[in-house]
Design a protein around this ligand. Sequence first.
Ligand SMILES: NC(=O)c1ccc[n+]([C@@H]2O[C@H](COP(=O)([O-])OP(=O)(O)OC[C@H]3O[C@@H](n4cnc5c(N)ncnc54)[C@H](OP(=O)(O)O)[C@@H]3O)[C@@H](O)[C@H]2O)c1
Length: 389
Amino acid sequence: MVVALTGATGLLGSNILFELFSQYRHSPGQLTVWVLGRPADRQPLAERLSELMQTDGRHYLQIADPAPFLDRIRAVDCFLGHPNLGIADDSFREMKQHPPDLFIHCAAAVDFRDQPGVVEQLRQINVEGTQQVLALSEALGVPDFAIVSTAYVCGIRSGEVAPDFSAPNPTFRNPYERSKLEAEQLVKQAGAEGRFKRVHCFRPTTICGRLIEPPIGYTPKFDVFYAWLAFFLRLKIKQLGRLDYETPAFIDIRVALRRGSGLNIIPADYAAKALVHICLQRPPSQAYHLASPGLTDNYDDLPGLLAFIKVSLPDFVEKMPADLTPLERVYYHRSVGKIYDPYISKPVPLFSLDSLHEQLPVDFPECPLVKGPALHALLEFAKQHDFGL
Ligand SMILES: NC(=O)c1ccc[n+]([C@@H]2O[C@H](COP(=O)([O-])OP(=O)(O)OC[C@H]3O[C@@H](n4cnc5c(N)ncnc54)[C@H](OP(=O)(O)O)[C@@H]3O)[C@@H](O)[C@H]2O)c1
């Protein structure tokens, strides 16, 4: 099996890479993974991947020596949004000699800000980048193409939503969601035009650290709900003059949270396992939600997050107050509230899991709910890394 993967240096993509290796743990020689990614500051891509396998990959696969798997990686410098993805002619020729059976396009700019520079970057990386990845896959004669989209491309709505649903004029929370929908549409169009044998679209909800594979809680980044909590932690540091998880602090911000609703959060390893399992089965073209069957409830579970960092707030409110204090203005207009308020104060649809459950065998691991001890484990890991502050 030859797989091409973008985004392998990110949260979900790295778990996809490890899960591919996990599926071939007894016969790594049967798998080749073309990893298309970027070098980091003065660190070539191959070195980044080697470090990733030596650290996180070794833990995920519970192996002492990742060399047999590292040997199966072919690193290709690739820059989404650059002409021809910035792929060198030699690399293209090598890929052409060992073309992928499956292309998993997971990379994206994940940036919820609504600013001109960001919007342009989202267009280049997420939309044009996907167009370029499709063109590359076609040039390589790839039969199966999978894209990682987001469940929130359905826009702000309530009620049950099918994984292939698209509203005529959705109200998006941010330009990122729009860019993901546009990217998804390009892939669907390619599928409809018969440019691939099979096209799969995976729509994850909010992705958190691992809850199945070790180390539990692991995540390389602390965005979404971690960043929401880190905002209050930062204010607490300002108040106390030090980072201190134990001393209680009161922060006077009336946070708007929709009652009876919550965040749909899916662990990165569960999402990767489901995606890899489905892709390797090679079912007919289909769309899937990668979503939790239960919500992390705004009123039942989010107070536990604040209690974890010993921060108390005034009672939650249903809507952003009209008479904002200066600190509340920072929350709602200039920081995390601006970015995450649309996710916690607006309705959350019921993401249909029918197509996902149809494809997964009965003994497939259950999706861990992000509540109680599982939520605590995620927070413990984040605390060990000071929430990325
Ligand atoms: N995180 C979530 O809660 C969430 C929820 C729903 C859907 N998704 C989707 O899931 C996928 C993975 O998300 P994630 O959170 O794992 O992302 P992530 O951790 O931010 O990683 C993004 C990946 O994309 C790569 N990338 C970004 N821009 C690139 C460019 N111009 N050229 C080449 N590679 C580029 C990054 O490479 P570098 O390491 O070099 O930056 C990294 O490997 C994305 O498609 C995202 O839209 C994420």
